[in-house]
Design a protein around this ligand. Structure first.
Ligand code: NAD
Length: 300
């Protein structure tokens, strides 16, 4: 169906941040028949999105004035903060009264601040971080954990159904992110376990593919082991996927959440320091599975 911008009755969506996750998510919405504006910092991604059938957004102001649902999937908390509530951010502009959904992984307290400002402008706001990686984004099978008011969640549900499979309303705004940060804490731990286990196999004369095949049938099996070994390490690949510096960001956010909850994450301190060192040694833009490479590097 060829949809035109001037069809004023048609619901218009906007997707800001066409990266490893955002591009396939926005593409799935286009393929589901939605009219979707795409906005990205590097313009080549907007060209790609147009080739996939999306609409290049003229500007953030154009999105503000025209979009009914505005979604963001940006790398860092500062990016989301500036985009939505910064001095030149969306909520300073002339907006319709949109539903705003953030899929990025940022902090629960930032979501609470954005939700307040959105509400003051008559908009609804949901934090809806995702899990399942680029494979889940491509195939529309992401797990989506969503915080916010029930009525806004119901409004977003048709969009979530295009993007994901396990969709859970986790409570008030910020609660989607609390669940996601606990998830990321465990992803960090599993990533270190996989990195060190494979390095130990190498150094003790055990073939990694044999180890993987045996452990895949026991208690050491995990989705992270499948992902890191199967998709990256055994293929000698380290292009992200999910960049190591993004996981480091999430481990910092999980640590802040632990502080606010009077919890000390003892193993987490060690895990985070290892990711910190890997980042400082130039591994930050590689896939998170490259922690295995870093573990080998420090020991050799
Ligand atoms: P990415 O770096 O691949 O993509 C981010 C995109 O946002 C880039 O295209 C970048 O150009 C764009 N961008 C950055 N700042 C911008 C701005 N101010 N205005 C417009 N565009 C801007 O990152 P990603 O891997 O897609 O991750 C995005 C978010 O999703 C992060 O918070 C990450 O933690 C989370 N996440 C990622 C994965 C994953 O597997 N990659 C999985 C779950 C959650």
């Amino acid at each position: 169906m060829d949809v035109k911008e001037e069809d004023s009755n048609m619901q218009k969506l906007a997707f800001i941040g066409l990266g490893n996750m955002g591009m396939p998510m926005a593409r799935n919405l286009v393929q589901a028949g939605y009219y979707v504006y795409g906005l990205n910092r590097s313009k080549a991604k907007e060209d790609n999105f147009e080739e996939l059938g999306g609409q290049r957004a003229e500007s953030l102001a154009h999105i503000a004035e025209n979009a009914d649902v505005i979604m963001t999937c940006l790398p860092q908390p500062e990016d989301v903060e500036q985009m939505l509530i910064g001095d030149n951010g969306l909520l300073q502009m002339n907006i319709k009264t949109p539903l705003i959904i953030d899929f990025s992984t940022v902090s629960p307290s930032l979501h609470v601040r954005i939700a307040k400002e959105a509400s003051a402008r008559g908009a609804r706001y949901l934090d809806a971080p995702v899990s399942g990686g680029t494979a889940g984004a491509e195939s529309g099978t992401l797990a989506i954990m969503c915080g916010g008011e029930e009525v806004a969640f119901e409004e977003a549900k048709p969009i979530f159904d295009v993007l994901g499979k396990n969709i859970t309303h986790t409570g008030p705004v910020g609660n989607g992110t609390k669940v996601k940060l606990i998830n990321q804490y465990m992803v960090g731990m599993h990533t270190v376990a996989v990195g060190e286990a494979l390095h130990l196999a190498d150094q003790s004369g055990i073939d990694k593919s044999l180890l993987y095949s045996v452990l895949s049938n026991g208690f050491a099996q995990s989705k992270i082991f499948d992902r890191h070994y199967g998709d990256f390490i055994s293929e000698n690949k380290d292009e992200p996927g999910f960049a190591l510096d993004l996981l480091l960001k999430d481990l910092g956010l999980a640590d802040d959440m632990a502080d606010e909850s009077n919890v000390s994450l003892k193993a987490g301190d060690f895990v985070r320091s290892l990711f910190q060192q890997a980042d400082e040694n130039g591994y930050g833009k590689k896939d998170m599975s490259a922690l295995y490479q870093y573990v080998k590097h420090i020991e050799n």
